[in-house]
Design a protein around this ligand. Structure first.
Ligand code: ATP
Length: 260
């Protein structure tokens, strides 16, 4: 079943064609990689998918929690549609604890109403307790439970990246968009992240699209890869197909492909 259809999507900034006439389909449960040189249009594509940018032309259609098309796409409603994302420049509540960052992620899923929260009715306490328990389990799986009371800003970089993913998952998405999840990680952390992303897909039964420059992660984890260059989608295929694609090797992979 296709969860995302993109048709002839373009975005221009003044004279710059950041994304040009991109069409693609993504099936439920896939792990998809978006690769390409700096400035190829990958983040702009994510920003279009999440309603941050309005397309210059073209269509986006989701089939997740609801059927959603381009005109309905509003950034503040994304979580409601079943989409969560992380950012290239980590966006955490830096002065809040690790636990509070994840609890905020659960906010959309809480089941109590305003009255039970205001008057501290039993349903409020039950829901808060369940949420805390779920957040603890999530942090445990992300190796962050023993740091739950630390401020986010005091965590090492790799931990902050994992915390951002944990928070994104707390919203219970069906589609997870990860923008350079391995950026700044050392090889050991990247290997652990690779296993974690595999586990996330199985445990949460979701679809994942990731932008990544680390070719070992992309080639190990993605079932299909889309290659962007100057805003155009220049290739699409399995990691094997992409690694052997002459156009991609010339334009981008070069030495990176040989390392994997
Ligand atoms: P990187 O791998 O470096 O993150 P990218 O593939 O994500 O690059 P984008 O950030 O999407 O590339 O940028 C694509 C092009 O669009 C670039 O030329 C960039 O300068 C331009 N661009 C992106 N956002 C804007 C904006 N808000 N205003 C003007 N130009 C922009």
């Amino acid at each position: 079943m296709s969860v995302l259809k993109v048709r002839n999507l373009s975005k221009n900034f003044g004279g710059i064609n950041a994304v040009t006439d991109v069409s693609l389909d993504i099936e439920a449960g896939e792990i998809i990689g978006l690769i390409g040189p700096n400035g190829a249009g990958k983040t702009t594509f994510f920003n279009l998918l999440t309603g941050i940018y309005t397309p210059s032309s073209g269509e986006i259609a989701y089939n997740l929690n609801h059927k959603v098309t381009t005109k309905d796409l509003k950034p503040h409603k994304i979580t409601h549609y079943g989409i969560s994302r992380t950012f290239q420049n980590i966006r955490l509540f830096q002065n809040m604890s690790v636990m509070d960052n994840v609890l905020i992620g659960f906010h959309n899923g809480l089941k109590y109403g305003v009255a039970s929260a205001l008057f501290r009715l039993p349903s409020y306490f039950k829901s808060e307790k369940d949420t805390y328990e779920e957040a603890s389990q999530l942090l445990d799986r992300f190796n962050l439970l023993d740091k739950k009371d630390e401020l986010a800003k005091n965590l090492p970089y790799g931990d902050q990246r994992r915390l951002e993913i944990a928070r994104a998952l707390a919203a219970k998405p069906k589609l997870l968009l990860l923008d350079e999840p391995a950026a700044g990680m050392n090889p050991k952390e990247t290997k652990e992240l690779t296993e974690l992303i595999h586990w996330i897909r199985e445990a949460f039964e979701l679809t994942i699209i990731l932008i990544e420059h680390d070719m070992s992660l992309v080639m190990n984890i993605c079932e299909r890869i889309f290659v962007f260059d100057y805003g155009n989608l220049v290739a699409n295929g399995t990691p094997n197909e992409i690694q052997q694609n002459e156009k991609v090797i010339k334009a981008y992979l070069g030495e990176e492909a040989a390392k994997c």
